[in-house]
Design a protein around this ligand. Sequence first.
Ligand code: GRF
Length: 193
Amino acid sequence: MERPDKKNIVIFASGSGSNAQRLLEHFEHHPQIRVAALFSNNPNAYALKRAETFHVPALLFSRDAFYNTGEVLEQVKSFHPDLIVLAGFLWLVPQNFLQTFPDKIINIHPALLPKYGGKGMHGLNVHTAVVQAGDAQSGITIHRVNEEYDKGEFILQAHCPVMPGDTPEVLAARVLELEHKHLPEVVEKLLLK
Ligand code: GRF
């Protein structure tokens, strides 16, 4: 299953997994990089099905296995990740992961951090806050993960306009398009540099 000649991406996703899908597609036939596994904390996450469609191992885990027993850490290690990508993953990453994979964990956030980040700032909450604030621009931030939500070093930001009359849903769709465009490129660059 695993070929040591390729770099390994491990994805964590809690929801739909459209960003995971973009990574699965982008690296499906890539000569140097593969998606080695997708992990989810949510049994209803459509992301799990997307991984299965690509014949990528899809692993469901519990809070206890993630935070207390070290089981998830051991499972992730077995895939020898060169990069761990949080693509719509809603739980805070524990210390043992940060220590084992320093600088190897990245997250994608659907706003221009440091604004609109932190606990609870995910999904439509983010876009609702941006629309209510009347900001002229929104965008995405791809950043390294540390012990606080949405606080790690920025890797890339990309912008899009907020149009007059945008609903949070309309803005979400525009931002998601940016995510889909940039995430595979950034992941590839990080792994091949
Ligand atoms: C994306 O907006 C991502 O930035 C955020 O969660 C959302 C996940 O969307 N962290 P999807 O599950 O990849 O479709």
